[in-house]
Design a protein around this ligand. Structure first.
Ligand code: DX5
Ligand code: ZN
Length: 216
């Protein structure tokens, strides 16, 4: 399986953002994972569509925009216009899952659904024929640098079974490092988000290490 790696911008040095984003591109990352937090859905705040539009100008790899906001429907058009290539919304958010998928598709962006640790994976089943990606949170959303929740592994396996032959990416986010990477890949994940591990030290070296582990 073709495994894609998406460094999470949350762990970048925001005082040297352009430098760090260039490192991400040079390391051969497949996507840039952009975490959007509203201080309400999660207890942390990151950035809005204007900032995404600005950084979009300096990065050419696809933007994978993870919306951790209470009312994603209100902002989908703005994040699409800011240059998102993939937009994922939490099934626990408000305003309707179907309405979000429709709004994302209407903007010509790939839709994905995110499931937090305490949410049953079966929630996404009715939408599988309409989405391009499922994102399984392996930590409680809100902060980088947390530890992988072991129960996520079983969820990944069940989700991979549910996806079956459909062309849907299975993304994992939270606590993925040199120790946990193999386990999530073996369970069936094929898009790997990682923040604190990839941004600590040399991005290119870390990415090489990731690729080595993936190849087994
Ligand atoms: C957490 C974010 C993640 C986070 C991952 O809410 O969605 O993308 O940046 O960071 P690490 O890899 O450090 O767990
Ligand atoms: Zn994320």
């Amino acid at each position: 399986m073709n495994i894609k790696i998406a460094p999470s911008m949350l762990s970048a040095d925001f005082a040297n953002l352009e430098r760090d984003l260039k490192e991400v591109e040079k390391s051969g990352a497949d996507y840039l994972h952009v975490d959007i937090m509203d201080g309400h859905f999660v207890p942390n705040i990151t950035m809005g569509p204007d900032q995404v539009a600005q950084i979009r100008k300096t990065v050419s790899i696809p933007f994978d925009v993870h919306l951790m906001i209470t009312e994603p429907l209100k902002y989908i058009d703005q994040f699409a216009d800011a240059g998102a290539d993939i937009i994922t919304v939490h099934v626990e958010s408000e305003g309707g899952i179907q309405a979000c998928i429709d709004a994302i598709v209407k903007k010509g962006v790939k839709p994905g659904l995110v499931v937090s640790p305490d949410t049953e994976i079966s929630v996404i089943e009715p939408y599988l024929d309409q989405i391009s990606m499922v994102l399984i949170m392996c930590v409680y959303p809100g902060f980088g640098g947390q530890s992988y929740i072991p129960a996520s592994t079983e969820k990944i396996k069940v989700c991979r079974e549910m996806i079956g032959k459909r062309d849907i990416d299975l993304q994992v986010d939270g606590g993925i490092n040199f120790k946990t990477l193999k386990e999530v890949v073996d369970a069936g994940a094929n898009v790997i988000v990682s923040g604190s591990c990839l941004f600590k030290g040399d991005m290119k070296e870390n990415m090489g290490q990731f690729r080595k582990i993936i190849q087994g």
